[in-house]
Design a protein around this ligand. Structure first.
Ligand SMILES: Nc1nc2c(c(=O)[nH]1)N[C@H]1C(S)=C(S)[C@@H](COP(=O)(O)O)O[C@H]1N2
Ligand SMILES: [Mo]
Length: 177
């Protein structure tokens, strides 16, 4: 009786199986590893972000932002920084500011890059407003003081299969028309 009816030689099948295991082992933790953070919320009351709600303006400090629950996970960011990123869910911040139903938000960065985020974008993916890298406040030179990341897209962005146009860093203003 023929011992083998597979198309691939045993060595190739073994290599393919190993590759699958490595891929699975490498990606699964990324999907589940974002978790509540044990970091102590910042007490820095220096304004770092301006929220425009119609004609009203609200200055937000690190302390203001970090009154919300902090979450963290490991990320390799395409701008060349990697480690434990921590921050608050954008939707938590918007809800706290009474802006969770805003149909469209505009973000403007310190380098004047701007991007729009619709309510549908926020319903499809969870956006994290990151404030920390490896426990330390993100600074302007590290693409802070805050940046948007989409934890569930991290692997795809790294692989070049998902867009990162929403991953705005060095955020200066958030505008709800
Ligand atoms: N502050 C800021 N964030 C930004 C950008 C930018 O120019 N400034 N470019 C966006 C776009 S369009 C992409 S594809 C990624 C990577 O931008 P880069 O290729 O200019 O590094 O970051 C996004 N976030
Ligand atoms: Mo881009």
């Amino acid at each position: 009786m023929p011992s083998c009816h597979h198309f691939l030689p045993r060595s190739l099948r073994r290599a393919a199986l190993l590759g699958l295991i490595v891929l699975t082992a490498g990606q699964a933790p990324l999907a589940v590893a974002w978790e509540p953070s044990e970091l102590t919320p910042s007490r820095d009351s220096t304004p770092i972000l301006t929220l425009h709600d119609g004609a009203e303006r609200h200055s937000l400090s690190r302390a203001d932002i970090e009154t919300l629950p902090l979450h963290e996970g490991t990320l390799s960011h395409f701008e060349g920084i990697e480690g434990r990123f921590a921050g608050v869910w954008l939707d938590d911040l918007l809800e706290a500011q009474g802006l969770d139903h805003a149909p469209q938000l505009r973000f403007i960065a310190h380098d004047d890059y701007t991007v729009f985020l619709s309510r549908q974008d926020r319903q499809e993916k969870r956006f994290l407003l990151a404030t920390r890298l490896d426990g330390e406040p993100l600074t302007l030179t590290e693409f802070g003081p805050t940046m948007l990341v989409v934890p569930e897209d991290a692997a795809a962005v790294e692989a070049g299969t998902a867009s990162m146009t929403h991953w705005i860093w060095s955020i200066r203003d958030i505008i709800a028309p």
